[in-house]
Design a protein around this ligand. Structure first.
Ligand code: SF4
Ligand code: SF4
Length: 492
């Protein structure tokens, strides 16, 4: 029973007693790691640039939740653009489905900010400040070690910077600048938001780390439904690797792998499944896996890729780099752990096919995306720069004075364009009625919403019961819209 408990794992990041299994993945700086570094740094630059670089007078991306305006590369969608917003959301979901069906969790390993910042900013800083894995483990004995405190101080500064960049997407850099440069007393709400986001960033990268991918991220939960047997995954070639076994001493002496294979595992990863209990030292002939555990020690989510496809795998390719380095040392072909598909790895299709691009879901998803794209373009091309709503005045529906009936009408105009417009409001084909307002035409600045009250007046005889009156609103720039307004009067 005790032995069973010791081998039992519920989560790769949890010990059997429920405590956190703290992971310190060893770096495998192979070819994939270098390619991912280039992609990662490019994405970091993009992440910083998008809320700052202006396109058409607005930031390239601004998700102004307070005003419900969403700007993407010069185009602003408003809360009233529900069809466009719905199409955009549908498109994003379908694109994620397609990406996952084709490339598995490539997003997690190559593009997700959690992985990119963790592996290319926070983890390298940790190695730089605290030293190698051995030094980090030794540091655990002295909780307030000066180097660890320095690491947390650097993390805190970075967390504040990242939190500000993140918030710039939602409030814009101008508002953020006021919050940051002004006194907290002047902007208590803004200050609280910046502080709260910074604290969350710090906790995420200093403490929560891989738990975000393993237990919190909803994408990980649904990926099994999105993958199929031909999706690209990082996989261990069981047919080639098994039966795994340590290299015999005579072979070990010939190779520098002797040291690597005999090296103690660092930190808590020492009890990782890398030192597989199932694997027994074997005599040759054995499979190509020498059970060195390098693929496990390097895994940022603490799993053993040799156990097959697992929810915790973020396709970061570190195990590929680690195993390729081992294969080089023992003069075996690379690719024992590689990008593959379940079908290929289970030898249901030839290794040269690997990954069939055309499948039912990889045809249906792009077809859906095409339809959504076409609908989106059609709606955008018919979209007006202005939006008009007629509202009834607050209070009594109408008023009768000296034989005249009066209805209050509020004209609400939203100018989406990038210039000020003047809107003329007039009644169409109603000689017995007049429109009285404080200002006509109405000036509305770019991006502004104005609501102005008018009165529709006429003799009581002209309005008995109710009358649908066409109201025309036009500007000199091609906007021309007629909307009916119900004018009410005393019953006949
Ligand atoms: S790194 Fe390769 S050889 Fe070593 S345990 Fe992992 S799969 Fe086996
Ligand atoms: S199993 Fe390999 S690809 Fe998956 S998370 Fe671990 S190291 Fe990355």
């Amino acid at each position: 029973m005790g032995a069973n408990l010791t081998n039992e794992r519920v989560l790769s990041t949890m010990n059997v007693d429920g405590s956190r299994r703290w992971l310190r993945p060893a770096l495998s700086a192979g070819g994939f790691w270098k390619r991912r570094a280039m992609v990662g740094w490019g994405l970091i630059a993009l992440f910083i640039a998008l809320p700052i670089v202006p396109i058409g007078g607005k930031p390239a991306v601004l998700l102004d939740l307070a005003r419900r305006e969403f700007t993407f590369f010069g185009t602003t969608l408003y809360a009233t653009d529900t069809v466009l917003l719905m199409l955009a959301m549908l498109g994003i979901f379908l694109a994620i489905f397609l990406l996952t069906a084709l490339f598995g969790r490539a997003w997690c390993g190559w593009g997700c900010p959690q992985t990119v910042y963790m592996e290319y900013v926070f983890r390298p800083l940790e190695r730089l400040i605290e030293g190698d894995l051995k030094a980090q483990v030794a540091m655990d004995k002295q909780r307030l070690h000066p180097r660890r405190l320095l690491k947390y101080a650097v993390y805190a500064v970075l967390a504040v910077v990242l939190a500000n960049v993140f918030l710039a997407y939602f409030v814009g850099i101008e508002t953020l600048g006021h919050w940051v440069l002004g006194s907290p007393g002047d902007h208590p709400q803004g200050f609280a938001i910046v502080l709260g986001t910074s604290v969350l960033m710090f906790l995420d990268f200093a403490w929560f780390r891989e738990q975000m991918c393993v237990v919190a991220c909803p994408y990980a939960r649904i990926q099994s439904a999105l993958l199929d047997k031909q999706s690209l995954i990082v996989a261990y070639d069981r047919g080639r690797g098994e039966p795994r076994g340590k290299l015999r001493k005579t072979r070990l002496e010939d190779t520098s792998l002797a040291r690597a294979a005999a090296a103690p595992l660092a930190g808590d990863a020492a009890d990782s499944p890398g030192a597989s209990a199932a694997a027994q030292p074997t005599s040759e002939p054995a499979g190509d896996c020498v059970d060195c555990g390098a693929c496990v020690r390097t895994c940022p989510t603490g799993i053993d890729i040799r156990d097959g496809l697992q929810m915790e795998c973020i396709s970061c390719t570190q195990c590929i780099d680690a195993c390729d380095a081992v294969m080089d040392k023992i003069h075996k072909p690379r690719g024992l752990v590689r990008y593959s598909s379940q079908d290929e790895i289970e030898q249901r299709i030839s290794q040269t096919v690997k990954h069939k691009l055309l499948r039912v879901r990889t045809i249906l998803y792009p077809a859906g995306l095409l339809v959504i794209g076409a609908l989106f373009l059609a709606v955008v091309s018919n979209r007006s720069d202005s939006e008009v709503t007629l509202l009834r005045g607050i209070g009594a529906p109408f008023d009768v004075q000296g034989g005249n009936v009066m209805n209050q009408m509020r004209v609400k105009i939203h100018n989406h364009s990038t210039a000020e417009h003047q809107y003329q409001v007039e009644l169409v084909g109603q000689p017995g009625l007049q429109l009285v307002g404080p200002e006509n035409p109405l000036k509305v600045k770019k991006g502004e919403v104005r609501t102005v009250g008018f009165f529709v007046t006429g003799k009581v005889e002209a309005v008995r019961g109710s009358l649908d009156v066409p109201v025309r609103i036009k500007d000199g720039n091609g906007f021309d819209k007629t909307v009916n307004f119900k004018v009410l009067g005393p019953r006949p």
